[in-house]
Ligand binder design. Structure first.
Ligand SMILES: [Zn+2]
Ligand SMILES: [Zn+2]
Length: 340
């Protein structure tokens, strides 16, 4: 093994550069992973475009990762050659959230590729507890576990029950994951979005019951779909403050509103409307190991149309050329994978 490895560095917004840097040094308790697939996420696109607030450049992006074990610690549960998926959330294990198992909202959470350098490189040395054998799934699928786990987490937060109605607002990758797991939980799923290609995808590939296009009569449509009652569970996956505010009005009396979106600044809502529904309002951040396991099980049981979701791919070293293309709505990107 050479002393140096290659990586793709986001030097400044809009600037991706192939660099050489020293191979990571594996410490005891860590395994050395050869990175094989990197999913490109909305967060990466924001980092690349320079609209991720407070983000510190330069940074090696990449948090949707799968790879192959090259070296392990002593008495490891992993073996050289194992294919793994990586849980990119490095939590402290001691804080108030970690102590009750809410590792996804650790007070000092470090996400690979966001707060610390991530996986757009040849090798990473990582603590063994964040590495999981990708048994029964492909390397492509293993790199898609993380973003789907975010949807699984939101559905688990809402405690969706069979026969309930769920509305997923926003049909990007996070909305896709949310729709899949709401449906698996037994809900009748409706999606709403402004993009017809994505609505069509939700209907044909995810089997949602109703797909509503944003427009002047969309609220009327949502009302009639739900027999005038609106939805037990509304999930916002838009990243848009106006949409987040509007979503309150689609929640049924006694229902739950889950915000997966995060935006800068405040959002507001009508207190009387909120109160009369006795609405439960939840945020949903990242995912826990349980959610990752939920996704693995669903993939093994072939409930996730991973081939259809993975719309684009390229070698990692072509990232600088391909990322600007994938951002354009005309590209129809759902999930792009970079490979090594
Ligand atoms: Zn992501
Ligand atoms: Zn913690």
């Amino acid at each position: 093994m050479s002393e140096m490895m290659r990586a793709v560095l986001c030097k400044d917004p809009g600037q991706l550069e192939i660099i050489e840097r020293p191979m990571p040094e594996r410490r005891e308790g860590e395994a050395l992973v050869r990175i094989r697939r990197i999913g490109v996420c909305g967060t990466d696109m924001h980092i690349y475009q320079g609209n991720q607030p407070y983000f510190v450049y330069p940074r090696i992006m990449g948090h949707e990762l799968s790879g192959e074990i090259v070296e392990t610690s002593k008495n490891s549960k992993l073996n050289v050659g194992d294919e793994v998926y990586i849980v990119p959330y490095l939590h402290c294990g001691n804080c108030i959230a970690c102590r009750v198992g809410r590792t996804n909202c650790c007070t000092s959470l470090k996400v690979l590729g966001v707060h610390i350098d991530g996986g757009m490189c040849e090798y990473l040395a990582l603590p063994e507890p964040v590495l999981f054998k990708a048994e029964g799934i492909t390397l492509d699928e293993a790199a898609m576990v993380e973003f789907l786990a975010i949807g699984a987490h939101a559905v688990a937060r809402a405690q969706v029950k069979p026969g309930q109605r769920a509305l997923v607002v926003g049909t990007g990758p996070i909305g896709v994951g949310t729709s899949i797991f709401a449906k698996l939980a037994g809900a009748e799923v409706t999606v709403i979005d402004g993009r017809e290609d994505r609505l069509a995808f939700s209907t044909s590939q995810l089997g949602v019951s109703h797909a509503v296009k944003l427009g002047p009569d969309d609220a009327e449509q949502l009302k009639s779909i739900s027999d005038g009652e609106f939805f037990h569970h509304v999930f916002d996956a838009t990243g848009n403050p106006k949409a987040m505010e509007r979503g309150f009005s689609f929640v049924a009396h006694g229902g739950t509103y889950v915000l997966l979106s995060i935006v800068q600044g405040n959002i507001s809502f009508s207190d009387p409307e909120f109160h009369k529904r006795e609405m439960t309002l939840l945020s949903s951040r990242n995912a826990t190991l349980t959610d990752f396991a939920t996704v693995m099980k669903a993939m093994r049981e072939v409930h996730v149309p991973t081939k259809a979701i993975n719309t684009h791919r390229a070698p990692l070293w072509d990232a600088a050329a391909r990322m600007p293309e994938w951002i354009r709505p005309e590209a129809g990107t759902i999930k792009a994978l970079l490979e090594l």
